[in-house]
Ligand binder design. Structure first.
Ligand SMILES: Cc1cc2nc3c(=O)[nH]c(=O)nc-3n(C[C@H](O)[C@H](O)[C@H](O)COP(=O)(O)OP(=O)(O)OC[C@H]3O[C@@H](n4cnc5c(N)ncnc54)[C@H](O)[C@@H]3O)c2cc1C
Length: 382
C-alpha cells in the first residue's frame, strides 16, 4: 500500500490547484475517477474572472487569485493564462436601483467600477438594444482565463514536483484508523494522513464515505451556447455583457459569441447534458436584449455549479471527522478563485492558518469553514 501525507479526491481545477500547492508541503496523491482531469464542471466554464461578481467573500477570494492568474510564477505556464477584458453590467429602468446598490457594495470593497450611459454602452457593444439599457456599469479590469491551460499547468507543476496523479481511480471507500486514512479506489488502496475532498458535485457523497455530516451541497445545472457573430462584426473588444439580475450573459469566445441563460436547475451529481428548453431560453434572452439573429447554435453544453446555502466556498477541516478537509461549493467561481482557494486550503492544512494576504483582506477561517452554522442547519433541515 502506498503512503502519502495528503490524498486529494477529484482532479478538476479545485483538486489540481490544491494538489500543486500541497505537494510542496508533503507527498500528495491526486485521484480522479474519469480518464481525463477536468471532464466535469471545470471543462465547461465560461472562463472569466471579475471582481464585481458574487458575495463579498467570493469577491475577496477572486481579488486574491488575480496576481497568480495574470502573472503566474516563472516556468508555471508556457504562455499567459489570462487576458484583460471588460465586463458591462446592464440594467433596464426597473433594474437600475438593484444595479446601483450592487455597484455600491462592490466599490466599497475597493473594486473600480464606472457608470456608463446608454450611448456609451452601445459604443462598447453595438448590438445591444437601446431600449434595454437604462444604466450600464463597467468593470475594466476583468480577465478571460485559459482554463485548459491553467488546469494543465497545475497538473504539470504537480507532477514536476513529484506528485502522483492517478486517473480512472474513483474513490469507493474511506476508513480512518489511528490518525491514518485508508483510501480505496476499486482494488487499489492508499494510505494518507489527510483527505482533501475536492470532488465537485460529488463532495457530499465523498463526505458520506468518510462519515462526515453533509454540507448541504446543491449541484445546479448551468447551460452555455456558442453561435456565429454577425458577418463583419469585430467582436474581440466587446465586453462580457451581464444582465443586472443575471438573467443572461453574452461574451466573445474566440471567433464565436458565448451566451448563457444563467439557469440553475437542481440535479444529482452526474455527467450533465443541456436541456433544449434552456438552450431556447438562452437564444430568446439574447435576442430580446440585442439585435443579434441567432439562426444556428454552434455548440451547447451544461455543467453543474455546486453551492452551499450561503454561496461561499467551503474550505476547512471537518469539525467532527479528524483529517478530513473540505474544498467544495465553488459554485460559479471555482476557476477565478482557484489560486487563492488552493493556497488557503494548503495553509489551513499545513499551518492551521490562512495565508497573510487573505488575512489582510479580512478573510477569516470561520468565513470558509464547514462548521459555519448555516451549512449544517441547512443540511440537517434544522
Ligand atoms: C456554464 C458554466 C459557466 C461557468 N463559468 C465560470 C466562470 O466564468 N468563472 C469561474 O470561475 N467559474 C465558472 N464556472 C464554475 C466553475 O466551472 C466551477 O466552480 C469549477 O469548475 C468547480 O471545480 P471543481 O474542481 O470543484 O469541480 P469539477 O471540475 O467538477 O471537479 C470535481 C472532480 O471530482 C471528480 N470526482 C468526483 N467523485 C470522485 C470520486 N469518488 N473519486 C475520484 N474523483 C471523483 C470528478 O470526476 C471531477 O473531475 C462555470 C460553470 C459552468 C457550468
Amino acid at each position: 500500500m502506498q503512503d502519502y501525507d495528503f490524498a486529494v479526491i477529484g482532479a478538476g481545477i479545485a483538486g489540481a490547484s490544491a494538489a500543486y500547492e500541497l505537494q510542496s508541503r508533503g507527498r500528495t496523491l491526486l485521484l480522479e475517477q474519469e480518464p481525463l482531469p477536468g471532464h466535469h464542471t471545470t471543462g465547461r466554464s465560461a472562463a472569466f474572472s471579475f471582481e464585481s461578481y458574487g458575495n463579498r467573500v467570493v469577491r475577496l477570494l477572486t481579488h486574491a487569485a488575480r496576481p497568480f492568474l495574470e502573472d503566474s510564477p516563472e516556468g508555471f505556464a508556457q504562455h499567459p493564462l489570462a487576458q484583460r477584458c471588460s465586463v458591462l453590467w446592464i440594467a433596464r429602468s426597473e433594474q437600475v436601483q438593484r444595479l446601483v446598490e450592487h455597484a455600491k457594495r462592490v466599490t466599497a470593497d475597493g473594486v473600480n467600477l464606472s457608470e456608463v450611459s446608454t450611448a456609451e454602452a452601445l459604443l462598447m457593444c453595438p448590438v445591444l438594444r437601446e431600449d434595454q439599457i437604462a444604466l450600464g456599469v463597467v468593470e475594466e479590469r476583468a480577465l478571460h482565463i485559459d482554463v485548459a491551460g491553467l488546469l494543465e499547468a497545475y497538473l504539470a507543476g504537480f507532477r514536476a514536483r513529484g506528485g502522483n496523479l492517478t486517473t480512472r481511480a474513483g474513490v469507493t471507500g474511506l476508513r480512518s484508523t489511528g490518525g491514518t486514512w485508508e483510501v480505496c479506489a476499486g482494488d487499489t488502496h492508499y494510505r494518507a494522513r489527510v483527505i482533501v475532498n475536492a470532488a465537485g458535485a460529488w463532495a457530499d457523497e465523498i463526505g458520506a464515505l468518510a462519515g462526515a455530516q453533509p454540507i448541504g451541497l446543491a449541484p445546479l445545472r448551468r447551460t452555455a451556447i456558442t453561435f456565429e457573430p454577425p458577418a463583419g462584426a469585430t467582436i474581440a473588444q466587446w465586453p462580457c455583457v451581464v444582465d443586472a439580475d443575471e438573467a443572461f450573459y453574452l461574451k466573445p469566445e474566440g471567433a464565436q459569441l458565448l451566451a448563457s441563460p444563467c439557469d440553475e436547475t437542481p440535479f444529482p451529481p452526474c455527467d450533465i447534458t443541456p436541456d433544449e428548453l434552456d438552450i431556447a431560453v438562452a437564444v430568446d434572452r439574447v435576442m430580446r436584449a440585442t439585435t443579434l439573429e441567432i439562426r444556428h447554435v454552434q455548440h451547447s453544453w451544461a455543467g453543474l455549479r455546486s453551492f452551499v446555502a450561503d454561496r461561499v466556498p467551503v474550505i476547512g477541516m471537518d469539525p467532527e471527522v479528524s483529517g478530513f478537509f473540505w474544498l467544495a461549493g465553488q459554485g460559479g467561481v471555482g476557476i477565478m478563485t482557484a489560486p487563492s482557494a488552493a493556497r488557503a486550503a494548503t495553509s489551513l492544512i499545513a499551518d492551521g492558518a490562512l495565508p497573510e494576504d487573505l488575512k489582510t483582506l479580512g478573510i477569516t477561517p470561520e468565513m470558509l469553514a464547514p462548521s459555519r452554522l448555516a451549512l449544517r442547519s441547512e443540511a440537517t433541515g434544522a
